[in-house]
Design a protein around this ligand. Structure first.
Ligand code: ADP
Length: 748
């Protein structure tokens, strides 16, 4: 059966006569994939070429055999044995092709599969014929110096880099070889040529190459980036450290090494425990940061740290760092290391301080400007701008001032400017500031500004710029003025009171001396009148002293706010009338007339009778003092419904208009030398005005020099709910006593 079958299988053959193929069997055509006309008429050499078999084949003898590779019409390689049969009788030659079934070829060929990334060729050995290539091979081989058109069946032109390996029948693996094509394009390839053995003999070469350009480029890029990163890390001003999970330093960049080298730690610090033992650190709240709560330990515990501020306090100057740290995990999820970055924020803090300073200066309640050495404006703050704008309405925006001459806006004329610059230059020479005060009118107010010109020196002691600070000192000036007025007025008190004290004291002293002389004399009776007269002088001058002291005390009480009214609802008409009557009796020996008149008989209203009496007596006392002989003093009361008007007028020496306002001020006397014929302290009208104002009333004077004066008081008519009756009943005797005090300086 088998025999039959083998017999029935016809061998693929082609027949030749005169070296021309004239017959080919179906098996041959099936095996090679060609058709009848492809074969018929071809010489044997042509047939060999068609089949891309070894061109060296040369047949001489009958039954001669050749083992070789042929390629079918569809590029399949076959390992075949070709046998020549010479049939002399039939005058023909027959070539029989048999496939070598024992060959490894099929298996080897199957390794040349479709792999889009790999360019592969199976090459016979030692013939080095391309037996199979994948689709990338032909195209890509051009890029690696193996350019070959339709390489299948052709010789493998092995490149230099594998030549030795091939000769030695060994495999070779070259990684990332660089190739540059004609256009200058650079590509990288990994070449793998594997020698395959059959029955102990090198039989095939499997040559494959991969385009590694992308990978190499990526690797190169990473390397470049890595190198760049290393450069950055080494040159970055921030300190970067890496610790292993034992807290030991595994990397310290240049900056961190430099920083640590300042502290003489020997070669290199070993671990963070050592560092925290050596240095004291605080957090931003002043709490100590020890090894256990250090950023490093926290990161090694798995915490991510962001912007933690660490303040080094062991050394001077104090260091300020902002720390950021992340833990690094290994594949198993365990903390493998920690990376920490320390940013020195001292400058930032200073910058922040500086910025806030600049911001504060901008809106500072002083005028501030920075001038160049030649007094041109470099900077001016809001307040300075506003001040300049007041007298320079053409300036609209702050920037318009920059670069302009400062003194053009300083309200000085050319001469003053030159003088000022001279002073400032002198101050600069002496390394100090120059202070300048200016007085000017703003609206209707007098204003004072003090400007300080402060030179700022650079490292070389050259004037870099000049700072100008302008301060409104109007308030201080006003206070100073008040103070100096107060001093003058105190001086006046002193002058007035010393005179006023001295005169009655002298009088008392000499009268008492006289009295003692009279008392010692043998005939006291004869001296009685003298004694009485001198005693009267003593009493009179005691009244004067008491009045003076009382007035001074009352004025200071009023100034301190301790002076209170005891308001009662009383008939003001009769009270004033009684005063006038009592005074009239008191001065009946003087050649003066005093007249009282009123529009109403009675007016009940609230007032402090004791204090009002002092007011009226004061005015009458002045009227007497400044009246001429036979003068007339009028006291009038008019009910004006809303208020009671009391006027005290005389036809005495009068007051000139310009002094009418000031006489109500403390210690103001008009023309002292003129007045010295009468006594006085200049305190009476001040007290009168204060008492009237305490009653919510007003006082004014109408006077002409030489024509007499009229003092007018307006007291609002009010009633108190619960009159204060704790005041002792105001009696005639009280009044007489009071008159003695109030008129005490008339009899001097
Ligand atoms: P003095 O104790 O000096 O009288 P006053 O305050 O009572 O102080 O008066 C202040 C000054 O006002 C007097 O010194 C005087 O110059 C002027 N004066 C006050 N009343 C009159 C008046 N009736 N006629 C003229 N001058 C007067």
């Amino acid at each position: 059966m088998n025999l039959n079958l083998s017999k029935s299988i016809k061998q693929a053959s082609v027949s030749y006569r005169e070296d021309i193929a004239y017959e080919v069997n179906k098996e041959f055509l099936d095996f090679t994939g060609y058709n009848y006309h492809d074969i018929i008429g071809k010489t044997f050499r042509e047939l060999i070429e068609l089949l891309r078999a070894d061109v060296q084949i040369k047949f001489n003898d009958d039954q001669q055999e050749y083992n070789c590779y042929i390629f079918t019409n569809n590029d399949q390689v076959k390992n075949v044995k070709i046998t020549q049969k010479i049939l002399i009788k039939e005058n023909k030659r027959e070539y029989v092709i048999e496939e070598n079934m024992s060959s490894l070829l099929k298996g080897v060929l199957s390794t040349c599969g479709k792999n889009s990334k790999e360019s592969t060729a199976i090459i016979s050995y030692p013939e080095l014929i391309h037996l199979k290539i994948n689709e990338n091979y032909e195209m890509n081989s051009a890029l690696i110096d193996m350019n070959q058109d339709k390489p299948l069946g052709k010789k493998f032109l092995y490149p230099d880099y594998i030549v030795d390996n091939i000769k030695n029948e060994s495999s070779c693996y070259k990684e990332e070889l660089e190739f540059i094509d004609n256009s200058g394009k650079v590509t990288y390839w990994t070449i793998n040529s594997v020698m395959i053995f059959e029955e102990g003999r090198a039989k095939y070469l499997r040559c494959s190459f991969f385009d590694e350009t992308e990978k190499v480029m990526a690797k190169r890029l990473i390397e470049i980036q890595k190198r760049e990163m290393e450069i950055v890390l080494e040159n970055i001003p921030d300190s970067i450290i890496k610790l292993n999970n034992q807290g030991e330093y595994t990397y310290l960049n240049k900056s961190s090494l430099e920083k640590l080298s300042n502290y003489n730690l020997g070669d290199k610090p070993l671990n963070i425990r050592e560092i925290y033992n050596l240095f004291k650190c605080n957090d931003i709240n002043g709490n100590e940061v020890s090894y256990h709560n250090s950023p490093e330990t926290r990161v090694l515990r798995g915490e991510e740290i962001k912007s933690f501020i660490l303040i080094g306090t062991s050394h001077l100057p104090t260091t300020y760092h902002q720390c950021t740290g992340i833990p690094i995990y290994d594949e198993g999820g365990n903390i493998e290391s920690a990376v920490l970055i320390y940013k020195d924020i001292e400058k930032n803090l200073k910058l922040e301080e500086y910025n806030s300073l600049v911001e504060n200066i901008k809106y500072l309640d002083v005028k501030y400007a920075i001038l160049s050495r030649d007094f041109k404006i470099k900077y001016v703050n809001e307040n300075g701008f506003k001040a300049i704008k007041v007298s320079n309405s053409n300036i609209n925006a702050l920037v318009e001032l920059i670069g302009r001459k400062f003194f053009d806006f300083y309200n000085v004329n050319t001469e003053e400017e030159m003088q000022l610059i001279e002073y400032i230059e002198e101050a600069i020479k002496n390394n100090c500031s120059y202070k300048h005060k200016q007085r000017f009118i703003e609206g209707e107010k007098v204003k004072y500004v003090k400007s300080i010109f402060q030179p700022v020196f650079d490292k070389n002691n050259k004037v870099k710029e000049i700072n100008v600070i302008g301060m409104d000192i109007t308030e201080e000036e006003d206070i100073n003025k008040k103070m100096s007025d107060a001093l003058i007025s105190q001086e006046e008190i002193f002058i007035n009171t010393s005179h006023e004290l001295k005169t009655p004291l002298n009088l008392i002293f000499s009268a008492s001396q006289l009295i003692s002389i009279y008392l010692k004399s043998e005939s006291i009776e004869n001296k009685k009148l003298e004694i009485i007269r001198n005693n009267k002088i003593v009493t009179q001058n005691c009244y004067r002293l008491i009045k003076l002291v009382n007035n001074i005390l009352d004025v200071s009480k009023i100034e301190e706010g301790f002076y209170e009214l005891n308001l009662e609802n009383r008939n003001i008409i009769s009270d004033i009338e009684n005063i006038v009557e009592s005074v009239a009796k008191y001065i009946e020996n003087m050649e003066l007339n005093i007249i009282f008149d009123s529009s109403v008989e009675e007016k009940i209203m609230a007032f402090d009778v004791y204090k009002l009496e002092r007011v009226i007596l004061n005015l009458i006392s002045n009227a007497i003092k400044f009246s001429n002989l036979n003068g007339i003093i009028m006291v009038n009361v008019i009910d004006r419904d809303e208020y009671i008007e009391i006027s005290v007028s005389d036809n005495g020496i009068g007051i000139d208009k310009e002094h009418c306002d000031i006489i109500f001020n403390k210690f103001k006397q008009v023309n002292k030398s003129l007045n010295r014929k009468v006594e006085g302290t200049g305190i009476g009208l001040c007290l009168v005005k204060s008492i009237v104002e305490l009653h919510n009333g007003k006082i004014s004077v109408d006077s002409n020099l030489g024509m007499g004066s009229t003092f007018k008081i307006e007291l609002p008519i009010t009633i108190v709910d619960e009159p204060l009756n704790n005041q002792e009943e105001y009696s005639h005797n009280n009044r007489v006593e009071m008159i003695k005090f109030e008129l005490s300086d008339i009899y001097s």
